[in-house]
Design a binder for this molecule. Structure first.
Ligand SMILES: [Mn+2]
Length: 495
């Protein structure tokens, strides 16, 4: 009886892509570029480059990952792509440069977009070959039209050219984050410097904030894709929980998670899955996943898929044997309460730092009761609560966003308090009489709770009617987790 039902579910899932049509994505890309151009103004030119390919070893590359900003404005995930926006132009406001098709190269490494295909994908009408970019820039900066008939008197580029003449023109590039003084400049800064030396009348500006501000508020198209991305991540977490059991290796859980990503049409992970058992629950970005988990231990899993360039962020910590020990429950309850209090205040007008502060209050009270801190007025809690509770999510798991900007509908973020009773934390405290006293006082509680690391993380999108928890399908409370783990333990014959 279950089988037909399951196939109905699969059929329903396969309908999903039709909810998000190709045309809808292009319309959204056009709207994003229009908004970017509004911010840029008519006297500026924005140039965005694609991400480089990266060598894994010898002649094998890593899987290609497009630059988030370029993908945000073009939807093109091919290397050697450049987007130019010139909002002041009459018709050529958007210009794309793509690499040339090459049958032999395509025989080896796959299809290269034709100019027509690049237009279909991105909605950008004017497409040139990447090899033309140098001439294009040279022409524009010398106030020579490009791609117009010879001796044409078209005013196509007039606004930008006049701005160049009068010294008001701006070249907008992504110049952040800036490299350190002894680090190489990187291609964008080098380009900026070359332009500066050759072209007067042009101010070079950092467009980072323009893209940041746009990406911070998700479009309705992005909201749909992000929801789908998190649906996949939810299923992946459930699969991971089913694979966890005493005697299993961390990588078995990791494999179960990634299997769901790949078989659901996601590109893969949005960040490498963190699957840490026992003492490894205390390693924030643990990547090895080669330890065998033992009965009675906790497993911390922080994982989410990259689906169509949108990534959520979910963490669950659960007992591999199916039941929390009383000591594990003590810590778990604090983290859960902190998260729930944080969730209560996640509303428009609030800042992510307010939510973090709310979690800090709850954590301080809880730690004091367990004897892990002796004073709630200072920073003792930071010994065990070592990171912030909130960050934005989106194209990047720690997405761009202005943290001083109050929350508004369309913003997506996580709430992820965590407590890590890790070896060495008390010894690491700066030497002072106060810290020595604290360390001494906390020692018995530390011995009791040591090696317990717990983080609970959920992804949210703020909608017009309040926050929507996109990871709600993954068991989160002690009761939910225990009943799920027990229902799916290996001893259950119906598994
Ligand atoms: Mn996170």
């Amino acid at each position: 009886m279950l089988k037909p039902l399951f196939s109905v579910f699969l059929v329903l899932l396969s309908f999903f892509p039709r909810l998000v049509t190709a045309g809808e994505f292009q319309d959204d890309l056009k709207a994003r570029r229009a908004k970017a151009m509004e911010r840029l103004g008519p006297e500026s030119m924005l140039i965005l480059w694609s991400a480089p390919t990266r060598v894994y070893s010898r002649d094998v590359d890593y899987e290609y990952r497009q630059d988030s900003n370029l993908y945000y404005l073009t939807g093109i995930d091919q290397e050697d792509t450049t987007l130019v926006l010139m909002p002041g132009n009459l018709t050529r406001k958007e210009i794309l440069f793509v690499k040339e098709r090459n049958p032999l190269r395509e025989h080896w490494t796959g299809h290269i977009l034709s100019k027509e295909e690049a237009t279909t994908k991105s909605g950008v009408e004017k497409v040139h070959l990447a090899t033309e970019f140098e001439t294009f820039i040279h022409n524009i900066l010398s106030r020579q039209p490009y791609d117009l008939p010879p001796y044409s008197s078209s005013p196509e580029f007039d606004i930008f050219f006049k701005a160049l003449t009068s010294g008001r023109a701006r070249l907008e590039l992504i110049l952040s984050p800036k490299p350190g003084l002894s680090e190489p400049l990187g291609p964008t800064l080098e380009f900026a410097n070359r332009v500066k030396e050759r072209s007067a009348g042009l101010t070079i500006q950092d467009a980072t904030d323009i893209l940041r501000d746009l990406r911070q508020v998700k479009t309705s198209y992005e909201r749909k894709v992000l929801e789908r991305s998190l649906e996949i991540s939810n299923l992946a977490h459930l699969a991971g929980m089913k694979a966890a059991r005493p005697g299993a290796y961390e990588y078995e859980v990791k494999a179960a998670i990634e299997q769901v990503y790949k078989s659901s049409g996601a590109m893969g992970w949005g960040y490498p899955p963190i699957v840490g058992s026992g003492p490894n629950t205390n390693i924030l970005h643990y990547e090895k996943s080669n330890r065998r988990m033992e009965a009675g231990e906790l497993l911390l899993v922080d994982a989410a898929a990259n689906y169509e360039y949108l990534t959520g962020d979910i963490t669950r910590t659960y007992p591999v044997s199916g039941t929390f020990s009383p000591l594990q429950k003590d810590i778990y309850r604090i983290v859960l309460a902190a998260q729930e209090e944080g969730m209560k205040i996640a509303k428009p007008g609030v800042k992510l730092s307010d939510i973090h502060q709310k979690t800090v209050q709850v954590v301080k009270d809880g730690l004091l009761k367990l004897g892990l801190i002796s004073d709630t007025s200072g920073d003792q809690y930071r010994t065990w609560y070592t990171h912030g509770a909130c960050h934005f999510i989106g194209m990047d798991v720690h997405d761009v966003g202005d943290y001083d900007r109050p929350l508004e509908p369309g913003m997506a973020f996580v709430i992820e308090p965590g407590l890590y009773i890790r070896d060495g934390a008390l010894e690491d405290l700066a030497k002072s009489p106060e810290n020595d006293a604290f360390s001494q006082k906390a020692q018995p509680a530390f011995q009791k709770y040591k090696n317990i690391g717990i983080r609970i993380e959920d992804s949210f999108i703020l909608t017009e009617s309040g926050p929507k928890q996109l990871s709600a399908r993954v068991p989160r409370t002690i009761e939910e987790i225990e009943s799920f783990m027990q229902a799916h333990s290996r001893t259950n014959v119906n598994r």
